[in-house]
Design a protein around this ligand. Structure first.
Ligand SMILES: *Cc1c(COP(=O)(O)O)cnc(C)c1O
Length: 231
């Protein structure tokens, strides 16, 4: 497949995903406008993202600070109203750059990071939306706060670190039915008075919308299969 053809495909697939999100919302009795579609562009170069921007889409997700720093400043110069979400793990030595680069950070999951984010927000006078990542599957290799520690961590973010928590985010275990994880995330959000729910990826975004997702993070269903062979 040529590059030009796959770019056209990305715009077409984006429209199809957008329509499916809206349909899932209506089927659940929800306002389609209440669900933000985050186009996850990780591993794809700026040239693959430009057609999607040109088609009018403005909300994107990246999982690595370094990769995002390489391609997004140039895109943002041309599309100042775009919104970039960090959806991958954040190391403390990257917090400064992340606060400068992203409009939302979805992976707040420990006090050290929360403290540094608060300091950088004050220093840079920037206010990215913050989401706490919850490890709903309690997977040892996965980032995120354990469900049993969620209430305490959210309270410390607010009270000790002075952060406003816009939402919660989860990545269910790859080999499990996602619904119970989406339901658990919604329950933790509700009891903590948190509004936004970032959940649902290419394979399960319609289910996530049914369970109240306000943000779905869709990559391969829009941009196509990722190639990690380049490293
Ligand atoms: C890559 C990624 C996505 C998108 O995954 P797809 O299955 O390609 O839609 C969503 N969320 C996170 C955290 C990711 O790293």
């Amino acid at each position: 497949m040529s590059t030009a053809a796959s770019e056209t495909d990305a715009v077409g697939r984006l429209a199809a995903v957008r329509a499916a999100v809206a349909e899932a919302a209506r089927a659940a009795g929800r306002d389609p406008e209440a669900v933000s579609l985050i186009a996850v562009s990780k591993t794809f170069p700026a040239e693959a993202i430009r057609p999607v921007l040109a088609a009018g889409h403005r909300v994107f997700g990246e999982n690595k600070v370094q990769e995002a720093a390489g391609k997004w400043p140039g895109l943002r110069a041309d599309y100042p109203d775009l919104r970039l979400h960090l959806i991958g793990p954040l190391q403390s030595n990257k917090v400064k750059e992340a606060v400068a680069l992203f409009d939302a950070i979805q992976t707040v999951d420990r006090d050290k990071i929360a403290r540094r984010i608060a300091a950088e927000m004050a220093d840079q006078d920037r206010r990215p939306d913050l989401f706490v990542q919850i490890n709903t599957g309690e997977e040892p290799q996965k980032a995120g706060v354990l469900p049993a520690e969620a209430d305490g961590f959210i309270a410390r973010c607010r009270d000790a670190h002075g952060l406003e928590i816009a939402g919660l985010m989860c990545i269910p275990p790859a080999d499990e039915e996602p619904s119970p994880h989406f339901a658990l995330l919604a329950k933790i959000a509700a009891r903590n008075g948190v509004d936004a729910l970032s959940m649902g990826m290419s394979a399960d975004y319609e289910i996530a919308v049914q369970f109240g997702a306000t943000h779905v993070r869709v990559g391969s269903a829009i941009f196509g299969a990722r190639d990690y062979s380049g490293g």
